[in-house]
Design a protein around this ligand. Structure first.
Ligand code: C2E
Ligand code: CA
Ligand code: CA
Length: 754
């Protein structure tokens, strides 16, 4: 029992407590004598009494100030209560001095009576801080409210007293006014203290009950004095030791497990309203009965104070409404934000509703943002939001989770993957249509990942669902084949994007990225004349990853520049080595959208070529049409400077773009790479054949060579020969191979030109 008590006390508390208990006991013992003294003598005189009073207050002050230094997070509370107590205690010796002379005896009495009123703002300020912490909207320490409440109570009590006695109140400094004011102060403090155990979970903290007890006892004593018309301080001998003991005990106990609540303007608005009503009532009754003086003054001041407070609150509430709304909406698009989304998921989970969650990530957002600036990026996001809204059904929630990531939460009638996929397809198709931005046409399709929750018992948590949708979205981005639905069997092992991005950052500085080389053969001679460098990631856990599995991530997370640097470095070094060994092979390297927006790239390529001693024309840089069109001005400038170095520029995946051929006229292009899809259909589809043959013709007339990609059949190769295509690349000749294996392959193939 003792041990249990000790653990509840603050360290060092026992010494302090013992002192207080001794003092309080002495006071209680003296109570009988004191009562006699109090009735017979002037309250402020009597050295015995004053000595004990001083000891009691001195002890309490010591505890309170000691307490204020102990626990940092409650420092405001206890230091203010202590300061208030110091004012009350400090008035005692001063009153003793004044009480020595009969001339100043009244002043002495007035001093002891007004001291609690002077201490009020401090004590009130401390107490309201105990269970409420200030927010940027509302400060619980609204002394204006407290003071107005005190004035209202003073007005009310003086009114009652005057109506009762039928005469005006005497205004002497020791008269009833300071007594009433002291009573009012205690009343308001008690009201404030009474909220402590009841607000939030503060009731679990026994100290709140002790403080309530302390102020409750004081208030009861003073009410008894006032009602019985006894001399002020009559009950002090019983009341003060108990009140002091309760407060001191509260001060030495450890803080309980209770959390203060954020201050909210609503509470003080209600308080101010009550004060206005009460003081208006007092003013009306006073006017009817011709009562004036302090009553009307106090009532008028109270009403004014609360009125001001109310005006301030109206403003605060308006601001609060705005912040509440903003806390749940995305500023840019006005859609729900992540918090609102999670909240809705919780609600649906509570109802046991099956749901589908779709995550969307724009594929080209970073390019648009980089190339056209943030204003254009923001514009695109707003257009995406407006467009996605048209796809929703009533009850669906569209949210922007941040950046270019959107989410749709759709309650379902039944948790069918089919209906989820249908939603995914609607979202995907709606975004596949181009966006007009700044006079350009931007294609910014999105990758859509979906997951479903059956609702009810055992459903996944919101965070788990978001993770699943993220994994599915990443799969969609990787395979680029439309929306993907999370499948626990297939996706359980993958930890989503974020872990992989972190790994990729590390891989870029290590040697986990490797190049595979796929030969390009001269169609007429059948001899290898070049290779395409294709990047792979030897992941320590996941094994060898293809470019589709990490390039989209690198692009989205701004790692493409570094990645290309690494690839270019390796490819140029390799080509230079072959060059030294007399192997006459061009080296093709793929560039991505962000590379072409990097004005520093040509300079770095020139340095690389010089450092390795590789002739520029041995390096071919492959760019796709869509990349060129993201920001034609900037990317074309970069391409020109690359060509000026002497490096060849090749248009990759030619024929898959929606672009005009105009850039072929303006750009120093050396080569076209016919997309795999044409090669695959060449033998079976007449229209494809027509396109391929006329493309070859056009390219030759423009002085370009044509590379056919994805050549898998010998028949295709023969047909390409017949069409006059220049180079052939594909599994028919070789899969992309690591350098060593590629060199082995070379030894088996028709000799390379030396
Ligand atoms: P790409 O530039 O069109 O590269 C050709 C892709 O076709 C390679 O896939 C290659 O393995 C594959 N391929 C070659 N011959 C055949 C064939 O006969 N049949 C079929 N079905 N496929 C064939 P890979 O290596 O998976 O690369 C995919 C894409 O990743 C590349 O498409 C390229 O756009 C990108 N990529 C690869 N390495 C890099 C790089 O270092 N930087 C950049 N920016 N992109 C790269
Ligand atoms: Ca390529
Ligand atoms: Ca290609």
């Amino acid at each position: 029992m003792q041990a249990a008590l000790r653990t509840r006390l603050l360290p060092g508390a026992p010494v302090i407590t013992t002192t207080i208990v001794v003092v309080a006991a002495a006071l209680l013992l003296a109570a009988g004598q004191g009562r006699v003294d109090a009735v017979s003598a002037t309250p402020t005189t009597g050295p015995w009494r004053l000595l004990l009073m001083g000891a009691l207050h001195g002890g309490l002050l010591t505890v309170l100030f000691w307490r204020a230094r102990q626990v940092a997070h409650e420092r405001t509370v206890w230091s203010r209560i202590a300061a208030g107590a110091a004012i009350i205690a400090g008035a005692v010796p001063l009153a003793v001095l004044l009480g020595l002379s009969p001339d100043t005896r009244d002043a002495a009495v007035a001093l002891t009576l007004w001291a609690p009123v002077a201490a009020f703002p401090l004590v009130y300020g401390g107490l309201v801080r105990w269970n409420r912490f200030s927010t940027n909207l509302a400060d619980p320490n609204d002394t204006l409210n407290g003071a107005s409440a005190v004035l209202a109570v003073v007005a009310l009590v003086t009114l009652v007293l005057q109506l009762d006695s039928g005469s005006a109140l005497p205004t002497s400094p020791t008269g009833p006014l300071p007594v009433v004011a002291g009573f009012a102060v205690e009343f308001v403090i008690l009201g404030t203290v009474a909220t402590l155990p009841f607000l939030g979970n503060m009731g679990r903290d026994p100290r709140t009950w002790l403080v309530l007890g302390s102020f409750g006892v004081s208030f009861a004593g003073d009410t008894a004095t006032l009602v019985s018309g006894a001399r002020p301080g009559t009950w002090a001998w019983v009341v003060e030791p108990i009140a002091v003991a309760c407060l001191a005990l509260a001060a030495v106990l450890r803080p309980g497990r209770a959390e203060p609540q954020p201050a909210d303007p609503t509470a003080s608005t209600i308080g101010a309203f009550v004060v206005i009503l009460a003081s208006t009532g007092v003013l009306l009754v006073a006017a009817l009965h011709g009562v004036g003086g302090p009553t009307t003054w106090c009532a008028a001041l109270a009403a004014t104070g609360s009125g001001v407070r109310l005006l301030v609150n109206v403003r605060e509430l308006a601001v609060l409404a705005v912040t509440r709304r903003e806390a749940l909406t995305d500023e840019l698009t006005g859609l729900a934000n992540r918090r609102a989304m999670l909240r809705r998921m919780d609600e649906l989970a509570g109802e046991g509703t099956p749901l589908a969650l779709a995550l969307l990530d724009l594929d080209k957002f970073k390019d648009v943002n980089d190339a056209l600036g943030h204003a254009a990026g923001d514009h695109l996001l707003r257009m995406v939001a407006t467009r996605l809204e048209t796809v929703l059904r009533p009850g669906d929630l569209l949210a922007r989770l941040g950046g270019d990531e959107f989410a749709v939460l759709a309650p379902l009638d039944s948790p069918l993957g089919d209906s989820a996929l249908a939603l995914g397809r609607r979202l995907h198709d709606r975004l596949a249509e181009p966006f007009p931005i700044e006079g350009m046409v931007i294609h910014s399709a999105a990758s859509v990942g979906l997951t479903v929750s059956p609702g009810g018992e055992g459903s996944a948590s919101p965070t788990q669902l978001l993770r699943e949708a993220d994994v599915a979205m990443y799969d969609a981005k990787r395979t680029a084949s439309g929306p993907a639905l999370y499948d626990s069997a297939r996706h359980a092992g993958s930890s989503g994007n974020l872990a992989l991005v972190a790994d990729l950052r590390a891989a870029l500085t290590g040697d986990e990225l490797v190049l595979h080389h796929q030969p390009q053969l001269d169609v007429t001679t059948g001899r290898p004349v070049g290779v395409e460098a294709l990047v792979r990631w030897q992941h320590p856990v996941r094994g060898l990853l293809g470019p589709g599995e990490f390039l989209p991530l690198a692009e989205v997370h701004g790692l493409m520049g570094t990645l290309t640097e690494v690839v270019l470095g390796r490819a140029v070094a390799q080509a230079a080595e072959w060059h030294r060994r007399g192997l006459d092979l061009r080296m093709s390297v793929n560039l991505s959208a962000s590379n072409l927006l990097d004005a520093g790239l040509p300079g770095r390529v020139a340095e690389l070529l010089a450092a390795h001693g590789l002739p520029a024309e041995r390096l071919i840089l492959e760019v796709t049409e869509s990349v060129l069109l993201t920001d034609p001005d900037r990317s074309i400038a970069v391409v020109r400077r690359l060509a000026d170095l002497g490096a060849g520029v090749s248009i990759d995946d030619f024929g898959t773009g929606y672009s005009s051929l105009a850039y072929l006229r303006d750009l120093p292009v050396a080569e076209l790479k016919l997309d795999r899809s044409f090669t695959a259909d060449l033998l079976t589809d007449e229209r494809t054949e027509a396109i391929v043959s006329s493309t070859v013709e056009l390219a030759h007339r423009l002085g370009l060579r044509v590379v056919a990609e994805g050549v898998e059949q010998p028949e295709t190769f023969s047909y390409l020969q017949a069409l006059g295509c220049d180079l052939s690349q594909g599994f028919l000749h070789s899969r992309p191979l690591p350098a060593e294996q590629f060199e082995e392959w070379l030894t088996r193939s028709p000799a390379v030109a030396r």
